[in-house]
Design a protein around this ligand. Sequence first.
Ligand SMILES: [Zn+2]
Length: 212
Amino acid sequence: MRAASQPVNEWIDGFPFLANKPILDFLNTKPLLAEGPMELLPDVRALERWVIASKIVTSQKARSVVRNWRHSAEAAAFLRQLTAFRERLREAVIRIENGSTPTDAFLAEVNSLLLQYPLRTSLHKRDAKVVREISFEPHKPADLWAPIIEATADLLVETESSRIRQCESCVLHFFDTSKKGSRRWCSMNICGNKLKVAAYQRRKRENDSTMS
Ligand SMILES: [Zn+2]
């Protein structure tokens, strides 16, 4: 996982990737804004862009498989299931953020998906070391469950669950990887600076009004 100090590309192809946990990036594909929820995965074409932007799908072969789903009813049905799952995931994440744990029903759903869609890994030699890598090659839309449910499990077993937070300024969820663990905003660029500027202007206005 990248260090918080490294420059990161926070937006890729119109999707936010600032959560430090892949599954929270997935959750953030439907930010609930003050004016209402914004669906970033409205259709299969958007899902295709997201799986590439999120690097779930990397190989040329996998990309062309996913591209062929554009007009597939199976892919559309999968997307409906996936976005419904995202809302149950949201409920679980909000429970964690409130210091609670996910419901038993949610854990049962995750367990069932883990069983049905195991993520294949394989061992490779790299620089005289053996490393374990995910070898994900989707054939049908439902195969996308494998990386998504693996990432869900990874979040649920996170021991530092107090670092799973919602941005104080907007609605995005993130995992705080900062050293002090006191990050309050999804991103300094997007929300942190905006808030700091707003606070500065407010102070300035208050100072100006007390001076006059
Ligand atoms: Zn924010």
